[in-house]
Design a protein around this ligand. Structure first.
Ligand code: GAL
Length: 717
């Protein structure tokens, strides 16, 4: 008996001991350059299965095979007290990016984040509209934790006693190199659940890692053509007549407009919502939607998913809802197909079938004191924490499917997203309103498969108004959100012309923009790109030491300098927004020659230049050999079958070839290969004269979109 007890005790102790040992992970290749492993017992609800994307196999194949990008023996997991502890190695020079839609910084190395769905409130601490647990290393790999939990990430902050590559110990008393944050050789993560899947993505460079990530999740979204025009959101209690009048004013001012957003007041009740038209403000919704469409303007409806007690669906939805309300509204458990179906029936009938083109899905992110608490329960058994992490993704998925069933693309807004959502036609926005931070968010969106818009709402001065508008016109959604202030693009008459010019420039760039988005779908390359994703961008982060001081900085911290106020739009265009008060700004050019977009002048090569564009312009640069196809300054994006003249601009001295994408602009046929590409080639002939060639490839029975094609060589002087 004694012996048996001892035996059990030894077994138990060794079991405990074994469990506490970090186990090297076993990786299974799931696509070229993509590997997966499973630790412990994963939850039923996770991020990727909620998003439900299927890998774009052919495109992944095209990117090719690579070997596992990390030393496998150094990738470890432990399960302790029912939680997963992970450790991945880091080299000294590596920089880390990703880990959610943060607004202040780009480089994550040295940060501690608790990835938690929330409205961003001014701190890069992990609480964000897209707390995506995916990091990308400058060394060419990415790690995704496929868990819908609040994951804590120590992104190169902690130093273990038995570290293989310990930092040097300095003496703070005498050594100026002493740092409060010594070098750490690992990313460590705590996933507060019994198990998780982990994915590793390889790449020859960080861009390829992001491409594999996006392609693995189904490829990036290709919006309908109208989605890339200008959009305006109405004051919340607007009536149908006021909306029509506003559209009329846009056309009188010669201002582009493709879709209008209706804010909460289109419904009988909002916060919580009924999703039913208010017949006082909109007596004939179907007729109204049709009339607007005939003017070339689509409609987008604001909602949050919480159901009003005044809704006719209330009793049906109640048993399918969580234990807690949001603003007294039911929170339907959308992991249940029955709950999805009830919403679908109503949304289809009330909105989609009468021609509404999309939604703005609000308030699915936070704030803690508004949303359901973490103690809430849901009938499916999904925990409140998981529900919080995935609610926005579920809403994106189901609404996208409803439009897809109808055969039409949608493009809308959402305030919460997460991993696996690259293919969803939604752009993130929020109530935070810092212009500079909005641009940093655009940079960060490019690492994690989401889109972000620096929407314009109101401004204190005409200068601020113009600078914000200029940025919005170079973003995934060019939007004026006048829900609270009733602003119009011409609200500051002193800059009306400049605002109009930049909005029309966006329209002119439509062929380029649409092609850039097609790359998101076809190759996984995000449309807006942080500079750290650009080949040849060799800017070295300089650590600035700050001085010791008894009040502000008792520990002398090294400050990282991030490149977060400029970005690439597609392969060829570098955008460097100006902010209020600036008359000049620094622009860091990647290696290779660069030219001014407006004049074609040579500006530099791999160096830092100073831009002084005046108030009228946003600084834009084109790389050597860049080809920018443009249409005339139209008020609506091209309608199906419409043919427009095309000017193809070539910049610089390099001969080059690029592809110009087109399709029907509204259906999903492109996903079955029904799209065409123009091969655009610029070459210098024997006489030293530039020649441009345009060849249509794979016409696929589609009507060509462009006529009177003219090349314009923007020759440097
Ligand atoms: C906010 C949203 C705003 C606006 C407003 C309407 O939550 O961020 O853009 O839609 O609700 O009440």
């Amino acid at each position: 008996m004694k012996m048996r007890c001892c035996f059990f005790l030894i077994c138990m102790l060794s079991g405990l001991f074994m469990q506490a040992q970090p186990v090297p992970l076993k990786w299974e290749q799931v696509a070229p350059g993509v590997w997966k492993t499973t630790v412990g017992q994963p939850d039923k609800v996770d991020l990727l299965s909620t998003a439900g994307g299927s890998p774009r196999k052919e495109a992944l194949q095209k990117l090719g095979e690579l070997s596992f990008p990390l030393p496998q023996a150094d990738c470890n997991a432990e399960i302790r007290e029912g939680k997963v502890y992970l450790r991945f190695p880091l080299q000294e020079q590596e920089q880390l990016f990703g880990l959610g839609l943060q607004f202040k910084t780009v480089n994550r190395r040295g940060q501690i984040l608790n990835l938690h769905m929330d409205h961003y409130e001014g701190r890069d601490d992990g609480r964000s509209h897209a707390p995506v647990p995916f990091y990308i290393s400058s060394s060419g790999y990415g790690v995704l934790i496929n868990s819908a939990r609040y994951i804590t990430v120590y992104a190169g902050t902690a130093v273990r006693v038995n570290s293989q590559h310990p930092p040097k110990a300095y003496d703070r008393n005498t050594d100026p190199d002493w740092s409060a944050q010594p070098y750490s050789d690992a990313v460590e993560m705590l996933v507060p659940t019994t198990g998780t899947e982990i994915y590793v993505f390889a790449g020859k460079n960080p861009m390829e890692v992001v491409q594999r990530y996006n392609l693995f999740n189904g490829g990036g979204v290709l919006p309908p053509k109208w989605g890339l025009g200008f959009t305006h959101r109405m004051p919340t209690l607007s009536t149908a007549d006021q909306v029509k009048a506003e559209a009329g004013a846009f056309s009188q001012h010669g201002f582009p407009l493709d879709f209008i957003g209706l804010e909460p007041g289109w419904q009988t009740k909002a916060y919580p919502c009924t999703f039913e038209w208010d017949k006082n403000r909109f007596p004939d919704p179907a007729g109204f939607v049709k009339e607007m469409q005939a003017k070339g303007i689509r409609l987008n409806l604001w909602l949050n998913p919480y159901l009003s007690p005044a809704s006719s669906l209330y009793n049906e939805v109640k048993p399918l809802s969580g234990s807690h309300t949001v603003w007294n509204g039911l929170v339907p458990d959308l992991t249940l197909s029955s709950a999805q179906q009830v919403y679908k029936n109503l949304f289809k009938k009330q909105h989609i079938d009468i021609g509404v083109s999309g939604y703005k899905i609000d308030e699915v992110d936070g704030v803690d004191s508004w949303l359901w608490p973490d103690v809430a329960t849901f009938p499916s058994g999904t925990t409140a924490e998981q529900m919080r992490q995935v609610y926005g993704v579920m809403m994106q998925r189901i609404t996208t499917e409803w439009f897809k069933e109808k055969g039409v693309r949608t493009y809308g807004l959402v305030r919460a997203s997460n991993a696996g959502a690259s293919s969803f036609p939604y752009v993130i926005y929020n109530d935070y309103y810092n212009h500079r931070d909005f641009i940093t968010a655009m940079c960060n969106s490019s690492f994690i498969g989401v889109l972000w818009t620096p929407e314009v709402r109101a401004s204190k001065t005409a200068e601020e108004w113009l600078r914000r508008m200029q940025s919005a016109c170079f973003s995934p959604m060019a939007m004026l959100n006048a829900w609270a202030d009733g602003t119009k693009p011409w609200s500051f008459p002193e800059v009306e012309k400049q605002v109009k010019d930049v909005a029309l420039l966006r329209m002119q760039l439509f062929p380029y923009l649409y092609t850039v988005f097609s790359q998101y779908y076809l190759e996984g390359k995000p449309p807006v790109r942080a500079m750290n994703l650009v080949e040849g961008f060799s800017y070295q982060h300089q650590s600035q030491k700050t001085t010791l001081d008894g009040t502000e900085n008792p520990y002398q911290m090294a400050l990282r300098e991030d490149v977060k106020d400029q970005f690439m739009l597609g392969d060829d265009l570098l955008v460097a927004p100006m902010f209020t008060g600036q008359t000049s700004r620094k622009v860091i050019l990647p290696q290779g020659k660069w030219y001014d977009f407006y004049t074609g002048e040579y500006v530099g090569n791999g160096n830092i230049i100073v831009a002084t564009p005046g108030l009228d312009k946003i600084p834009l640069y084109v790389k050597d050999g860049g080809i920018i196809p443009m249409i005339p300054p139209v008020l609506h994006t091209p309608a199906p079958g419409e043919q427009l003249p095309l000017e193809i601009r070539h910049y610089g001295e390099a001969e080059s070839t690029s592809l110009l994408y087109d399709d029907d602009g509204q259906s999903y046929d492109y996903q079955h290969g029904k799209y065409m590409q123009y091969r655009l080639s610029a070459k210098m002939d024997k006489q030293g004269k530039w020649q441009g060639q345009t060849v249509v490839e794979n016409k696929q029975g589609l009507k060509v979109a462009y006529k009177n094609i003219q090349w314009r060589f923007m020759l440097p002087h």
